[in-house]
Each structure stands twice: as structure tokens, then as C-alpha cells.
Design a protein around this ligand. Structure first.
Ligand SMILES: [Fe+2]
Ligand SMILES: [Fe+2]
Length: 497
């Protein structure tokens, strides 16, 4: 029997749909899940796949990718690459695995929702492949971490992190619960495919992969690159969804994209900004976080907005200013609150590193160098205790990130909203705006500090908070170079020695 060419049968197979007779359409496809409210059913017939693939083709391509990753994995195990990595570079993979592996697992669920509830049969069909992609991503990162667990217990956090209350993980989980697990298909496609995957994961999976390769972490780089080939493909599913929504409810498209862009940006300031501008050895950095953001996210996002007739978000000027600062603020905060991390942060402020930072961010010294000088002074006088926290920072009720970390050190204002008898606090006017748009979406949640104040964390001190976050001594963060980097500043100030 002769096999048909794909194009002979593809049109029939991808459009598999029929008129329901045993159940009502609205029961099988509730608007709460499909997200098609406001868009007529017939409009979804225009949803065209941005790429065409059959199961046979998919499996063939993925098999090749798996063979590539497996080959590199075996070769690296034999070469003992991990054991020879710079500890700051190794910390990037501890951080990445804990912060992102379970996000991939949540994406499996999100694409599973699409495969079942998306308002177009073509979209449902193609989401099965996206779901398989995300299973591969979660499993690959678990496998990679399992290989390395014998070298460092922090790789256990690849699976464990999302089962703890570590504050940074709570921030990521808050975003993912909101947009990957609980949003309807249309909103999730815009927020995750178009905004997060099309823009931000490029930075984590392409730009960081390039830095990792340069820094000798070949296995991690190879893993990230292999994952990104899938992301680049299924992220395109957001475009036909946006195209249809623009014809029927453009205000909703604008709102979903503007809210999710800001929330994703705040998270990636913490995840990618710190790894690129502080943990990657200075001589190995390809570009700064800001440069990557401008090239990979800003240009691309502006083009998408323009092509589909959307406006830039009202907060665009604020966002551009935050590009110069927010991740420096988060880095300083994360290093200072290092016992609350499950990896060892690199301060990254030696003389050579400061020179690089000042070259890339002309205001860095004025805003952040002065604070690091104080820390360096305390290290060099042996007063490490002064460089460690005794309390917790105030946290935003939207992003769950510390207040005072989105811009420079002069923008510490706490924004507030009253809703249903309670005051909510925000790190910026943009986060407050997101909350005020849909207060019922966020209200009622207690952030880590709210829980602390409410007496839900016992004993009510830093040690109690660390235990509540699941941080144990063998993974708890400390300066990755054991403060040795500060010594070069000591020689110039013998009086302080
Ligand atoms: Fe993924
Ligand atoms: Fe994805």
C-alpha cells in the first residue's frame, strides 16, 4: 500500500471537529476555559496553524534532538566538565533548575488545557505537540539535575523548589498559577506564548546558553539550546490567537499583553538579569542584560504590537528606565538576603566587574556602587554580620518581589490600593495598575511578609522564616567566592584593615 503525502490528508486530520449531540456545546467547552467570550464560534475557523506538522514528522525531529542531547550528556560525564566549572557559573544552573524546571511542568498542563479546550480544532490538535515539547523540557532538566546531584545537593531543588515556600519561588509560582494554570486558553496563549515564550525565554534559553557555552558549561548550554528549538516553534501559536482577538476584542488583547509583559519582565529581571550581569564571568559575557533586552525583547515586542495594531503599554517609558536599574536592585537584595536563596550568589562587584557595569550602565556607581561600598567596608573590617539580614523585605502583593527593586535606589515608594477592607502594597504604579484592573484575581492572597505579620510563620524571626521556606544548611546561599573578591579593595584602605 502506498502512503499518501502529508498534504493529501493534512487538511482533514487537523480540522477534526463535529457537532455535539450528547452534550451541550457550552458544557463541553465552557467559556471560562476556552476564553472565547466575545468571539463568535465561527470566527475561530480562521485560526490557521503557524506551522504544519504531523505526528510522524514531529517524532522524527524530536528523536534527532534527543539523540543530540544524549550524545553531549554522555561525553560530558566522561570529561567531568561540571567538576571543573567556576563556582559562579555552576550557581547559574542551580538557580535555573530550581526556578524553571517546574515551570515547564506547568506548561504541560497549560498546553493540555489547549489540547482539550481551545476554541479551534486546529489549535487543539497542534497543542498536543506543544504538550509533548514541555514534557521533554521538564524531563530533560530533571535528568540533567539527577546526573549532577552527586556533586551538589542543590540540584535536588530542580524538583523540590516548587514544593517549598522559598520567596523567589513563590513569586514565580504566583505568575505561573495565574497565567499558565488558571487563565483561559485565549488569555494564556497571549500571556505565555506571545509574551513569555516569544520574548523572555529567548533571553534565558538563547542568550544565557551563549554565555554558558562561553563559560565552559557545555552541557547546560546544549540543554538550553535544544529546549529553545521547541519553544520557538510552539510560541508561534500565540499569533493566530491574537489575530482573531484583535478583530473582536482588541482592548482585551491589549490588557492581557500589557499585564503579562510587566509581570514577566519583573521576574526575568531577577532570573536572567542577575545571571547575565553578575554570575557570568566578566570576560565571558556576550552582552549586558539591558542590551539583550533591547535586542531580543523590546524590538520584538514593539514589532508584534505594531504588526497587530496594538499600542505600546502606557508604562513603556517607565519600563525602559527600569531596564537600567531593576535587576541591579534585585541582585543587591538577593545577595544581601542570601540565606533565603538555594544557590550561592556571586556579588560580581570586583574592580574589573564594576568597570564593566559602569560601562554598560552609566548610573550604576551612583545608584548601586555606593551601597556595595558599604558592604565591602563591612566585609573588610570583618563585620560580616552587618552584611546579613535580620528581617524580611517588604514585598509586593502583585509580583511578590521586594518593594524598591523595579527602578533605581531613589524609587522606593510603596504604592497602595484598598480592596474589600484590606490594604494591598505594590512595588510600582504599574503593579498597582495591574491589581486595580482585576482585584478579584489577586485579592485574598497573603505574601510571605503578610504571613509573617499574621503569625503564620513561627518562630517569628529570620530563622523561623528560613525553616518555613524549606532552606536547609547544605543548600542555603552564601557568597560564592567566600568574600575573597573584597580583598582587592582592602589594599587601598590599610586603615580599615
Ligand atoms: Fe518549555
Ligand atoms: Fe513553552
Amino acid at each position: 500500500m502506498r502512503l499518501l503525502n502529508r498534504d493529501d490528508w493534512y487538511e482533514i486530520s487537523h480540522d477534526l471537529d463535529w457537532t455535539l449531540s450528547y452534550v451541550e456545546e457550552r458544557d463541553a467547552f465552557p467559556a471560562e476555559w476556552t476564553g472565547s467570550g466575545g468571539v463568535p464560534k465561527a470566527a475561530w475557523q480562521a485560526w490557521e496553524e503557524p506551522f504544519r506538522i504531523s505526528y510522524r514528522d514531529y517524532v522524527g525531529v524530536q528523536r534527532e534532538k534527543e539523540a543530540g542531547v544524549a550524545g553531549v550528556r554522555d561525553a560530558l560525564k566522561r570529561a567531568h566538565i561540571y567538576e571543573h566549572l567556576d563556582p559562579a557559573v555552576a550557581a547559574i544552573s542551580h538557580f535555573h533548575m530550581g526556578a524553571l524546571c517546574m515551570v515547564e511542568q506547568m506548561a504541560v498542563t497549560m498546553l493540555g488545557h489547549f489540547a482539550r479546550f481551545a476554541p479551534s480544532p486546529r489549535w487543539r490538535n497542534i497543542s498536543v505537540f506543544g504538550m509533548l515539547d514541555e514534557i521533554r523540557h521538564a524531563q530533560l532538566q530533571l535528568l540533567f539535575s539527577h546526573d549532577l546531584l552527586k556533586h551538589d545537593p542543590r540540584f535536588d531543588w530542580c524538583q523540590k523548589a516548587f514544593h517549598t515556600n522559598e520567596w523567589g519561588i513563590v513569586a514565580i509560582r504566583s505568575f505561573c498559577d495565574d497565567w499558565l494554570l488558571n487563565a483561559n486558553c485565549v488569555d494564556a496563549a497571549l500571556a505565555v506564548h506571545l509574551t513569555v515564550e516569544h520574548g523572555f525565554t529567548n533571553m534565558q534559553f538563547v542568550a544565557l546558553a551563549a554565555d554558558a557555552m562561553e563559560s565552559g558549561d557545555i552541557g547546560f548550554s546544549n540543554l538550553l539550546s535544544s529546549i529553545q528549538t521547541d519553544e520557538a516553534r510552539h510560541a508561534q501559536q500565540g499569533f493566530p490567537t491574537l489575530e482573531i482577538l484583535m478583530k473582536h476584542d482588541p482592548q482585551r488583547a491589549q490588557r492581557v499583553i500589557d499585564v503579562s509583559f510587566w509581570r514577566a519582565f519583573r521576574l526575568f529581571q531577577a532570573i536572567t538579569g542577575t545571571a547575565m550581569d553578575y554570575y557570568t564571568p566578566v570576560g565571558k559575557r556576550k552582552m549586558s542584560f539591558k542590551e539583550f533586552m533591547l535586542e531580543w525583547v523590546v524590538d520584538q515586542h514593539e514589532r508584534t504590537l505594531r504588526d497587530y495594531g496594538l499600542e505600546r503599554p502606557w508604562y513603556w517609558e517607565t519600563f525602559l528606565k527600569c531596564l537600567d536599574h531593576g535587576h541591579h536592585a534585585l541582585h543587591l537584595g538577593m545577595w544581601f538576603w542570601r540565606p533565603t536563596l538555594f544557590w550561592k550568589p556571586n556579588a560580581g562587584v570586583s574592580r574589573a566587574e564594576r568597570q564593566w557595569l559602569n560601562g554598560k550602565y552609566p548610573d550604576w556607581e551612583e545608584s548601586w556602587g555606593v551601597l556595595w561600598d558599604e558592604i565591602i567596608k563591612n566585609i573588610n573590617t570583618g563585620d560580616i554580620a552587618k552584611t546579613l539580614p535580620e528581617t524580611l523585605p517588604a514585598l509586593c502583593n502583585l509580583t511578590q518581589l521586594p518593594i524598591g527593586t523595579h527602578w533605581d535606589r531613589h524609587h522606593l515608594e510603596c504604592f497602595e490600593s484598598r480592596y474589600d477592607g484590606r490594604t494591598y502594597h505594590f512595588d510600582s504604579d504599574v503593579s498597582k495598575w495591574c491589581f486595580d484592573l482585576e482585584p478579584t484575581r489577586y485579592a485574598g492572597h497573603l505574601n510571605v511578609v503578610d504571613r509573617f505579620v499574621a503569625g503564620l510563620i513561627q518562630p517569628p524571626n529570620l530563622a523561623g522564616a528560613l525553616a518555613w521556606m524549606g532552606l536547609t544548611p547544605e543548600v542555603m546561599g552564601d557568597d560564592v567566592y567566600d568574600y575573597r573578591w573584597a580583598a582587592e579593595f582592602n589594599r587601598d584602605r590599610p586603615a580599615a584593615a
